[in-house]
Design a protein around this ligand. Structure first.
Ligand SMILES: Cc1ncc(COP(=O)(O)O)c(C=O)c1O
Length: 371
């Protein structure tokens, strides 16, 4: 699904030099490269505070800890996404409220959010799924009306823009009260191990979170709040410093590949391809995900595998049906879109190194299946 080796070959000298610097200076933890990366990312995102941490799941958890949510507070999030989002809500003894998503952009449904709000609702966690920014304008409007926090899960969409009706654009992850991201190797900005970060424009919240990531300490050996140990390694920060200047170029390469895929599938009776907006960069294609509408998604997957084409189902089971998260509060009829998507979606290889020959082989093979 990804080709990290070819990508590494092109940036090998910079990455190797960064790693060597850490080895030479023995600044393994919280070294200057971590600080440099934090500043570089703040500048790239145009956000006041980036707080690096150990992975994207920790980032979500720490963001929620920073907001002082209390056990039993309801947190609304999407039913169709990776489990990390609902996992941390449950771990913090908050009450997850899973809601349906939109069929076209596969992000949290605005109507479903509105329907799910109760007096106990305290926060909304939109996930910018597959690299496409959720409708943050509508989400912030609802949050402001109901006095709710918004925590953006930006693990899959770093670099994507959110566009507002007055024509302005902001980077996904800089609009809500706080946001999280993941630097897992296959992510659009991936390191060579685990990594993550929290973003916020709120000075007080940033200060609080800086303590939480470090055992709740603001002064050495003074533990003012319950914290965790969640740090980005200096070696990973070195890798990220090498890759961050290329993030927009990487995004363009993904969008180019997506454009070619979608052109090949245009007008196909049984394939719904993602739309590509040429103006606002609202989709950075962490995944390129089709919907197969004739009920033969699984057979297509077998066909592609027989031709050595990697493909994947993100995600095969709705979160509301996962054993860990089943709840009598949920009714199947509240999740028509998620229930449809889990049967129809298939993701094709998507990365920065796809060439025309590979794309043609993949698209020809998909189309051949329906003949
Ligand atoms: C939407 C989403 N949120 C959170 C995470 C968790 O990130 P990590 O694997 O770095 O903990 C992921 C990782 O796949 C993700 O896709």
């Amino acid at each position: 699904m990804v080709d990290l080796k070819s990508q590494y070959e092109k940036i090998k000298n910079t990455v190797n030099a960064s790693i060597q610097e850490v080895l030479d200076t023995t600044t393994y933890i919280n070294g200057p490269l971590v600080h440099e990366f934090q500043k570089n990312l703040e500048q790239y995102l145009d956000v006041k505070h980036v707080i690096p941490c150990a992975n994207g799941t920790d980032a979500l958890q720490i963001a929620m800890m920073g907001l002082d949510l209390k056990p039993g507070d309801e947190v609304i999030t999407a039913d169709f996404t990776f489990a990390a989002t609902v996992e941390v809500i449950a771990l913090l003894q908050l009450t997850p409220v899973l809601v349906d998503v939109d069929l076209v952009n596969m992000n949290i449904s605005i109507e479903a959010i509105k329907k799910a709000i109760t007096p106990k609702t305290k926060a909304i966690v939109p996930v910018h799924l597959f690299g496409r920014a959720a409708n943050m304008e509508a989400i912030m409007r609802i949050a402001n009306e109901h006095n709710l926090y918004v925590i953006e899960d930006n693990a899959q969409a770093i670099g994507a823009n959110c566009k507002f009706s007055d024509g302005t654009k902001k980077k996904a992850g800089t609009i809500g009260h706080v946001a999280s991201t993941s630097f897992f190797p296959s992510k659009n900005l991936g390191c060579y191990g685990d990594g993550g970060a929290i973003f916020t424009n709120d000075d007080e919240l940033a200060h609080k979170i800086r303590g939480i990531v470090n055992h709740g300490m603001y002064v050495r050996y003074h533990h003012d709040v319950v914290g965790v140990n969640s740090r980005l390694d200096s070696i990973q920060a070195g890798v990220l410093n090498a890759k961050l200047p290329l993030l927009d170029e990487y995004g363009k390469a993904r969008q180019d590949a997506a454009r070619k895929y979608s052109a090949a599938f245009e007008g196909h009776q049984h394939i719904v391809a993602p739309t590509i907006c040429d103006i606002c960069d609202c989709h950075v294609f962490h995944q390129y995900t089709l919907r197969i509408t004739n009920g033969k998604r699984d057979q297509l997957m077998e066909h592609l595998q027989s031709k050595q084409i990697p493909c994947a189902i993100y995600y095969p089971i709705p979160l509301h049906s996962q054993k860990a998260y089943v709840d009598s509060r949920y009714k199947e009829e509240d999740f028509p879109v998620t229930n449809q998507l889990v049967k129809e979606v298939i993701s094709l290889p998507m990365h920065t190194e796809l060439d025309n020959e590979q794309i043609k082989y993949i698209t020809d093979s998909v189309i051949e299946f329906f003949k």
